[in-house]
Design a protein around this ligand. Structure first.
Ligand code: 5GP
Length: 192
């Protein structure tokens, strides 16, 4: 998606440790006009599949999932990263290792929000090693629902997540795939 690539080139900051900081338009401040275009693009790419619900993970996935959901006309469920007294009923959970925070946590969804047989579109802001997406897939499977696809805003193609998910037969659509980035020159290389 050209508009997104241009924005990453203009406002993305490359940090040490293969981290791309895009907090001026995606992860902290959110550019809603851009989010709308990304939502339309996800809808265009998944136009041929039935989607009953969008599943994402707090916190950064929520904004894009909520905007995209308006084009799919479906509810959004976001997995929580911590137990809370407001979580009740049967829970589905999966372990996730955070790429940015380097720690392990559980992602949790109340089972009543994912029904057997539903077609679920997983959306997230970044795909790196694929741990977050795999955790969400495990939750969908545990609910006896079906992963219709995985939509990612920025995939870091030089990390193994995308390859791992596609090798499992999952349909992954990334709006921008970064194949390389250089912190010294602050340049990003995109997959064509
Ligand atoms: P994964 O589980 O695929 O290794 O990492 C995905 C999660 O880590 C995303 O939900 C995102 O929050 C975070 N993440 C991974 N790489 C980056 C990055 O380069 N920049 C930012 N801002 N977040 C990242």
């Amino acid at each position: 998606m050209e508009l997104l690539k241009e924005r990453i080139r203009k406002d993305g900051v490359i940090k040490a440790g293969n981290v791309l900081k895009v907090d001026s338009f995606l992860n902290h401040q959110m550019d809603i006009a851009l989010f709308n275009e990304m939502g339309k693009e996800f809808k265009r790419r998944f136009a041929d599949v039935r989607i009953d619900k969008i599943l994402t993970i707090e916190a950064s996935g929520i904004g894009i999932a909520a905007i995209a959901a308006q084009y799919f006309n479906v509810p959004v469920v976001f997995a929580k990263k911590a137990q809370s007294i407001n979580l009740d009923g049967t829970m589905l959970s999966a372990p996730v290792e955070s790429f940015t925070h380097k720690r392990k946590y559980e992602v949790i969804v109340a089972s009543r929000f994912l029904q057997q047989g539903e077609n679920i579109l997983i959306l997230d802001d970044f795909l790196a090693n694929g741990c977050a997406a795999m955790g969400l897939c495990q939750i969908v499977e545990a609910a006896h629902a079906h992963v219709a696809g995985i939509g990612i805003v920025i995939e870091k193609g030089f990390q193994q997540g995308g390859e791992m998910l596609r090798a499992k037969g999952l349909r992954v659509e990334s709006l921008a795939i970064v194949d390389g980035m250089d912190a010294e020159t602050q340049t990003v290389q995109f997959r064509a």
